[in-house]
Design a protein around this ligand. Sequence first.
Ligand code: CA
Length: 231
Amino acid sequence: MAKEKILVVEDEKDIVELLQYNLEKENFKIQSANNGQRALDLVRKNHPDLILLDLMLPEIDGLEVCRILKKDTKTSHIPIIMLTAKSSESDKIVGLELGADDYITKPFSMKELIARIKALLRRMNPEAKQAEMIRIGDVAIDFSKYLVTQKGKPVELTTKEFELLKALINAHSRVISRDKLLENVWGYDYSLEITTRTVDVHILYLRKKLKSIADRIITIKNVGYRLELES
Ligand code: CA
């Protein structure tokens, strides 16, 4: 089995090193980010299995990082354990309201933290396994590997095309509006001039690349799209 990846978001170097040392001993793969922006970048790039998130961070703080990740359908499934200072009871509450999955108070026992990590990963896993792979007609999608095949042959999809396909799949054959797709797939790319027209264009690309299921990607005029999962 591949090592599970944990992203440690913390700006105090000593704590990062301590966590890295102890978690690697438990056979986890560790990456760390010392500020909120870098954490967001790493999550989107490397898809960690779990995030240890300190709340006190420079620039974008931990609560904001949590809010952004839990709002985005691409990252909302990733479990987050918050590291909080003992005094900040309200941070804890806000964090859990924002969707954090667990919290641990500093100073923490390494043994307890590791137990919490393992419990959380176990809790997430059955779900993750179910959704890891899906087949629609001749097309198979492996979410964990970002891999799509058609009639057994790999199909090259861009990240956006892949995310769009995923959003359609996650709607379970129901219609999903262009605005919603735009928000789910492009939500955080403020740097680009993106409109609902972008969604239409990418739907065209998807139909072209996934010919065998092109007619299952159905246009609902003036609303959006739906993907018929069952034939
Ligand atoms: Ca900190």
